[in-house]
Every structure is written in C-alpha cells, then in structure tokens.
Design a protein around this ligand. Structure first.
Ligand code: RIB
Length: 338
C-alpha cells in the first residue's frame, strides 16, 4: 500500500524531534525560552521534513496575524521612509509583515487607521504621534494591545514604551554651536508645539541661549509644522524681521530645506547672511546647497529598535524605553562671526 502523501504537520515535526508539538511551536514562534539542545532537535526535524508552517492556521491558533501597523504622520518628510525602512527590515527578519499608514498629521485619519488595523487583527501598533489622543492610547494599553511610540516621548501615559532621540539635548547642542560661532541674534523655527519633539527641541535651544545671557529681544520663535512648505513660509516671515537674525535653528531638516528654497529665490547667500542648523540628518541634507549642518538622529536605528521593542511586547516580554544621543553634523550652512 502506498501511504497517502499529505502536508507535513507540526505533529510530524514533534514526533521526529522527540518533543511535544507545543515545544515546536515555542521554538518556531519564539514565544518562550527552549533549551539549545531541544531547539537544535526541532530545527533539524523542520529542515529534514521540509516543514513550512501554515501562516493562516498559525494565526487562528495563536490569534495572531504576524502583522504590525506603523502609523506615520507625513510620508513626504524623508525622515519617515528611512524610519519605516528600519522598522520593516527588522520585523520582516522576525517573520512579521508591516502595514504602513500615512495620516497627514490629522487625528481623524489616525483614528480611522487604528480602527482599520484593529479590525484586521493586527498584533501591535506603532505610533509616531499622539494626535489620536492620550486617552485612546491609554485604553488600547488597558485592552493589552501592544503599542510602541516612535520618535516621541509620552508625557502622561504610564507604561507606553518609546524609542526617542534626546530632543532637549539636541536643542542644546544647536544653541551651543551657534553661540560658539559668535552669533548674537537668533530665530528658532519650531515644530508644532503640541508635539513633545517640537517642545523639547525648542526648550533645549532657548534654555542654552538664556544660560549664556542672550537677551530676550534677540531670540525670536516662529512656530511651524515640520513640513517643507512650513519652512518656506517661516523663511518669508524671518525676512520681515527687523533687525534680521544672523542664525536660524530649524526643528527639522525638512523645514530647513523648504527655507533654503525661499532664500535661493530671494538670492540670499547662505551662510553669508544667515547661518542655518537643522535637525534629523535626513539623507538629502548632505545634497542640498549648501550642504546642511544639522543635529543628527539615528533614524534607521530608531526604526529597528522600536520594532525590536514591539516584537518583544507582542511575544509577552517587557518592552523598555530607549533614548538615543543626538550628534552635531557640521557641513557648510553656518558661518563663524568671530
Ligand atoms: O514629525 C516630523 C519630525 O519628527 C521629523 O522630522 C523628526 O524630526 C521627528 O522627530
């Protein structure tokens, strides 16, 4: 009699390895620690039997879909594709898929995507803003939905794991750098101030200027929105100031690049007229004219680390907040006045 040739099951693997099906599942789904000897036996059996887990059956059994949602606010800001790439590379190396959603920083879009992703049975949600409202995030955490905040620091949400650059310190570095170059009149083009990154970069910059006794009247703050268009408009506003500043710190590179466009149209020489510092170090910042001096964030790494925390939480481990160091990248957009 010829034996019926069926699909290899997890039970076949378990029998061959001499372990229980639960142990096979633990090894393959990394849901619990298994000794190196048993892990080796399982992997050899998987290999010899050419076992391929059925993702649908897996989803039904574990109530997981092995998919993660990443909600970003502005796909046109090159910061986010680099970040998303870090997340995607990490989650796919761990057997998960990534669903990317762009909200244009609108709370109603964020809410719509969260509902859609939950209905699709997503295993975890990664946020890059809290526009949806802290109460919504709190209720997701209460319902034990794994969540990670990327690139922002939550102020009032206990237990929300986050991965962020030290934005306050980044603002301080920008302030110290421009002061050391001998600048005395400053403009800060901030990000939206309902956003912790915007507030912290501003606070670090202004505190540093005040620490070195820069007079209030020589510090102008223009609130903008982290977009290139916002940067362009804030450059127009800056040109109307009297007296003009000699140094401008932009809360991100996208705004600095938008402003460079305006200054180029007005034939204003950078750095002769204004010294400019950005924040992020997106790849294109080294390609603009003049190449932009900026405070760098390790964007790809933030994506990877956030994804790592996300998967830890999904798989039942405790996630940890991570804070990365900002660094000055000196290029050609600033002038020494000394
Ligand atoms: O929301 C956009 C900004 O926030 C990015 O440019 C980056 O600075 C992030 O922290």
């Amino acid at each position: 009699m010829i034996a019926k040739k069926g699909k290899v099951s997890i039970i076949d693997v378990a029998k061959k390895a001499g372990v229980s099906p639960a142990t096979v599942s633990r090894v393959l789904n990394k849901t619990a620690r298994v000794s190196p000897e048993l892990t080796k036996k399982v992997l050899i059996a998987v290999n010899e039997l050419n076992y391929v887990p059925d993702p649908f059956a897996h989803g039904l059994k574990t109530k997981r879909t092995r998919s993660i949602g990443l909600i970003i606010s502005d796909i046109t800001n090159p910061f986010f594709p680099e970040l998303a790439r870090g997340v995607e590379d990490y989650v796919s190396s761990m057997g998960y898929s990534l669903i990317l959603c762009n909200t244009d920083a609108k709370p109603e879009n964020e809410k719509r995507y969260v509902e859609l992703l939950l209905n699709k049975g997503i295993d975890g949600l990664m946020f890059t803003s809290l526009r949806i409202g802290e109460d919504v995030i709190k209720s997701l955490l209460n319902d034990e939905v794994p969540c990670v905040l990327v690139g922002r620091k939550p102020e009032n949400i206990e237990g929300l794991v986050y991965v962020v650059t030290d934005n306050y310190k980044g603002g301080c570095i920008a302030g110290e750098y421009l002061l050391n170059l001998g600048h005395k009149r400053f403009v800060h083009i901030s990000g939206p101030l309902d956003n912790s990154a915007g507030r912290e970069r501003l606070a670090g910059f202004i505190d540093t200027l005040k620490k070195y006794k820069v007079k209030e009247e020589n510090i102008i703050i223009i609130e903008s929105d982290f977009t290139m268009e916002g940067g362009y408009k804030s450059a127009e506003e800056t040109l109307n100031l009297k007296p003009l500043p000699t140094a401008i710190f932009f809360a991100n590179d996208a705004m600095a690049i938008g402003a460079l466009q305006k200054f180029w149209e007005e034939k204003i020489d950078i750095p002769e007229v204004f010294s400019i510092v950005g924040f992020d170090n997106i790849k294109v910042s080294s390609l603009v004219a003049p190449p932009l001096t900026t405070i760098s964030q390790e964007i790809y790494k933030i994506g990877q680390l956030s994804a790592g925390e996300m998967i830890k939480i999904i798989e039942g481990e405790k996630g940890e907040p991570i804070i990365l160091e900002p660094k000055l990248i000196e290029r050609r957009s600033c002038r020494c006045l000394r």
